[in-house]
Structure formats: C-alpha cells, structure tokens
Ligand binder design. Sequence first.
Ligand code: ADP
Ligand code: MG
Length: 410
Amino acid sequence: MLETFLVNILFLVFPVLLTVVFLDNIKESHYSLFLLFFSLSMILCMIYPIKLEIGFIFDLRYVPFIIVALYGGYKRVLPLYIILNMYRFFIGGDGFVQSFAFSTVILIALPMITHQFTGYNSRKRIITGVIAGVMTMLFYLLTLSSYFEKLTNEYWTLAFYAVTTHGIVIAINLIMIEKIISNIKNRENFLLGERLHVMSELSASVSHEIRNPLTVTKGFLQLLNVSKDITGEDKVYIDFSLQELIRAENILNDYLAFAKPQSEHMVHSDLKEETEYVKNILMPLAIFHNVEIVYVFSNSLKKRFDQNQMKQCLINLLKNAIEAMKEEGGTLYIQVIEQGKNIVICIQDEGVGMTKDEILQLGKPYYSNKKEGTGLGMLMVYGTVSKIKGKVDVQSKIGEGTTFTITIPT
Ligand code: ADP
Ligand code: MG
C-alpha cells in the first residue's frame, strides 16, 4: 500500500514538477498546458488507485480536481470534469452515476470560493485548500455511508485513510505550488528592481539637463503669446507648444521635483519630516479639489533612505490619491505607524478606485489613465520602495477608493 501511495504522490507532484522544469513563467497562455498536466495526473491516479488491506479501494483523482477548481474557477475545471467523467464512463462498472453526481456537486461547490481564494495570502490559501480537500472527502464518505447497513470498522478505516491522505497530499501540493508562485514573483520583482534602478539613474541625469532649457523656452513662449503682433494662427501654434512643454515638465516633476542628479541625500529618519513636508506642499492642491487630509503619525522607528527620493515618492502617491478624488472630493488619510520592526505608511483615498487589472498595470512605464498623465509616478514609487527593500500593497475598489500600504523594514 505504501508503494501505491508513493506512486500516487509522484503522479500528483508531476504537474507541478513539469511546470517548474519547462515553464519559467506562469502565463495565461500556459493554462491549456497546465490542464493537460493536471488531467494526466488525475487519470494516472484513477489507473493506480490505493488498495487498502481491508479490501477497499480509493484514489486521489479529486486532488488535481480540487486544486484546479480552487485556483482556476468554473472555466478551468470544466475540462477536468469532462475528462474525469469520460474516463470513468470508459472504465465502466457500476458506480458511474454516483461518481458523476458527486463530481457534479464538487464542480458546482468549489469554484464558488475561487474569487476569495485567489485573493488570500499564501498561507491562507494552503489552509483553505486542505480544508476544502478534507471537506470534499467527508462529503464523499457521507454519501458512501448510505450504502452501508451499519458503519463497520472497515468503513472507519477507509474514512481515516481517505481523509488523512487527501489532507496531506493536498497540503504537499499546495505548499509546492505556492512556493513556485512566490519564487516566480520574487524573481520578477528582482528584475523589475534592476530595471528601475538603471532607469532612475539615467532619467535623473537626463531630466536635470532638460529642465533648464525647458523653463527658458516656456518663458519665452509665454512672452510671445501675450504679444500683440502675432496672428491667431500663430497663437494656436504657441498654445500647442506650451501644452507640450507643460507635458514634458509634468514628466520631469513626477521624477525629479527634488532630486538633484548624482547627489544622494541619505538621511536616517523616522519619516516625520518627509511626510509633513509633502503634506504641506500638497495642501493647496487638496483644498483646490475639496479634499480633506487626515494625518496620523505614530512611529519611533528609523530608516536610512534618500530623502529627496522619498519625498518624491510620497508626492507621487498623494498626488494620485488627490487626483482620484478630484471629481467629488473626499478625505485623504495619511498614516505612518510602526508594526513590529516595520514602518508602515498607509495612504488611503475615497476616489475612483481601480479594477484588478488596473492594479496589475500600476508601475509599468507610461501606464496612465489621465489626460495629462505621465504614467511615471508609480514607476518611481515602486523603484524607490524596492531600493529600500520595502513592499507596496494596493487595495482598491471601483467607486470606493484605494489604499496604498507601504511596508518598510528597518
Ligand atoms: P499618472 O498619475 O501620471 O497617470 P501614475 O504612474 O502616477 O501616472 O499612475 C498611473 C495610473 O494609476 C493613473 O493614471 C491612475 O489611473 C492609476 N492610479 C494611481 N493611483 C491611483 C489612486 N489612488 N486611485 C485611483 N487610480 C490610481
Ligand atoms: Mg501620478
């Protein structure tokens, strides 16, 4: 029995293994391949069931099924459901109808929680997955018990083995899957961090050089614009030029309101000075857009960082928050608190909010939904935070608002 058990474990880690070996990235386009792996693993589990000494047989076909149902929802688990029942029909024997009914119930029940499930953190996903697996088995045993006149010792032995194996196997599987996901994420973060680093170095020096000529040009154009000697047509051209110049300036502002190139200004600070400074200079913008600012500071931890960059980063976040509320106004909450050994900056607005997809786009260069937007603000934010080994978490709901939580380890 131990041998078949081990063979089954092999079948079940097989999709995970193939994923690690052959796919170095998890993309939407890989899903058909995943489904193939998981289907294979499901069928192998059915071909080599676990035979208990007491004469009962059970198999682990529901392990891949449950995993795909939890992570993928209805759309993804449906092919597995079809394959499972086709294969079961092909094997023949009695019990097909029961198996069909049972798998249908699982098909309907489990993907109901996919939405919450994918929003959980890794640990909660593993725990939920194990609970889902155990519950599925308990439900299975419950339906099975109706075939027994009396619940014999054998039944309880089967029950014990079925429940524990499912729990353990799902736990092993989920731990591996979660580990892979986090490894891939870490690698992506690392690569992004590298890219951001290079970009910020480069852009800092370039934009400093550009700022002065830009200011001069803008000044002369503005002078020209009020001159009486120019025709209407000329004025249109000048207006266009000014608009474009303002756009270019916006880009510089998102990046370089404070930073002087190649001159880091490292400080060891609790962030009080920086947040208050930034709050004060954004006050006029907030009042203009009917935004009230609620500011809470309660932190005694200190961290070393580049002060100019940090100010810029906070400005970009707060500006976005205020801009998100510019239609209807609202309250902007700025909190700096300590949590264990971390400084946590929490910036919450009651603005337009973002969809899940929009959140994923955040920080990509030039991603902007605004007419005058640069799409560089968040890029700078992610760059700065990753430099000091911090993390940015975004929670958002359309129409309700957005919360940015920045956790900085000290
Ligand atoms: P920009 O502000 O120039 O558009 P950013 O990189 O600062 O560029 O932001 C990118 C996009 O992210 C914005 O256009 C906006 O759609 C979205 N965004 C950022 N912060 C928020 C927020 N607090 N609420 C709603 N949307 C936001
Ligand atoms: Mg912005």
